[in-house]
Design a protein around this ligand. Structure first.
Ligand SMILES: [Zn+2]
Length: 400
């Protein structure tokens, strides 16, 4: 009797197990495919090393721009995932005084668990190590590195450094985010910049959540323009001021990149796919017409109407004040910190809503005006070398 009861208990257990299997079978369509059948991520070969799947490694890139016996390597953090996917690259401190990016790269890379990553993420926290150590935007020869990409093997020191980064790191990327800040006592609202007339870039730029998107082809020689020209969709992420680490701006930058990683299916995180950004196809700088002490009346991100008072400039000697008036309506995407300015100083960067058709027309005019030049060495003079960049007005305001 006892024995029969035991058999019937065993039968009940078998029946229950069978039902459980049936229930699991009903939901089988929602279960990820068996990992044995899924494609396997390959080791990632870069910088002369091989990074195994599901690992994060610190590698080194040594551009040949110093004495061979005295070359200083720069750290490159490489996270290779568990499953195949795109390679996302993050670069920072191409301008040596723009520090927020190095902290963004650190947080994004070291918060990743490569076991949950599809594809790879490559971070270069400090590209322009010489400028960084000297606390300046420029290279030791006063050139702006971000005017020399994709570089030249036999060009100037800047062109060689650019060439080395481009060949050894950037060509491994499927997407690129180059992180910058405002330049020269200016600050930028966290924003994405890219050539929105390129559909791949437009698609990529839309992945960064609520950060405003600004259409800008990028000057010749910028890393993002060279990467885009090489078929790698690239954007610039601008956030905050130079020479500072700003926690809020860093967090906004990290959040924007993590949002993009989720929407690109590189890394699973909760992200609101419906979060959309305002797109600005045009932007202009408003300059001050008088010298003196500039005090702003607006905040970053503020919407201003045409005729709005953006700030005042007061002559410290005569006590005469001049108002800075918005010539058009738009959003304050970048602005000068309160400071002493000279007439002509670009103080407020206003994003203007317009159409992509307008942007394309503007670009067509730009292309017809700009003489074609070697993208590795823009504005080459008779010596075959680009002039020192610190005198370039347009460059200082572009902040990239
Ligand atoms: Zn910059």
């Amino acid at each position: 009797m006892k024995c029969r009861r035991r058999i019937s208990a065993a039968r009940r257990l078998a029946a229950a197990t069978a039902i459980l299997w049936l229930i699991q079978g009903a939901f089988a369509a929602d279960v990820p495919p068996d990992t044995d059948a899924a494609p396997v991520q390959q080791p990632l070969a870069i910088l002369g090393k091989t990074v195994a799947p599901m690992t994060t490694e610190l590698l080194y890139w040594t551009p040949g721009v110093a004495f061979d016996g005295n070359s200083i390597p720069r750290g490159v953090i490489v996270a290779n995932g568990a499953n195949p996917g795109p390679v996302l690259c993050l670069t920072a401190v191409v301008h040596g005084d723009e520090h927020n990016g190095l902290e963004i790269v650190r947080r994004v890379l070291y918060e990743l668990d490569p076991a949950h990553l599809s594809g790879a993420v490559i971070g270069v926290p400090i590209v322009n190590l010489d400028g960084f150590r000297r606390g300046t935007r420029y290279l030791p020869d006063r050139r702006d590195l971000n005017r020399f990409f994709p570089g030249k093997q036999n060009g100037s020191a800047a062109a060689r450094l650019a060439h080395s980064l481009f060949e050894e790191v950037i060509r491994s990327c499927d997407y690129l985010v180059d992180i910058h800040t405002g330049s020269f006592h200016r600050t930028n609202l966290p924003q994405v910049r890219g050539d929105l007339t390129n559909l791949d870039v437009l698609e990529f730029a839309r992945r960064f959540g609520g950060a405003p998107i600004l259409h800008n082809r990028g000057e010749v020689g910028t890393l993002r323009r060279a990467a885009t020209d090489a078929g790698i969709p690239a954007i610039t992420l601008e956030t905050g001021e130079p020479l500072r680490i700003q926690d809020r701006e860093v967090r906004q930058g990290v959040r924007a990149i993590e949002h993009a990683m989720t929407l690109l299916s590189i890394y699973p995180r909760a992200a609101d796919a419906s979060e959309t950004a305002q797109v600005y196809f045009e932007s202009r700088w408003v300059r001050v017409n008088a010298g003196g002490v500039l005090m702003s009346n607006v905040r970053l991100g503020e919407l201003v109407g045409q005729g709005a008072r953006l700030g005042t400039v007061t002559d410290p000697v005569t006590n005469h004040s001049t108002e800075v008036i918005a010539p058009y309506a738009g959003r304050v995407l970048g602005m000068a910190l309160d400071q002493v300015v000279l007439p002509g100083y670009a103080a407020f960067h206003i994003g203007i809503e317009s159409s992509i058709e307008g942007a394309k027309a503007t670009d067509a005019i730009e292309r017809s005006i700009l003489a074609p030049s070697d993208p590795g060495d823009p504005a080459v003079d008779a010596t075959g070398d680009a002039p020192a960049a610190e005198s370039s007005d347009a460059e200082m305001e572009s902040s990239e």
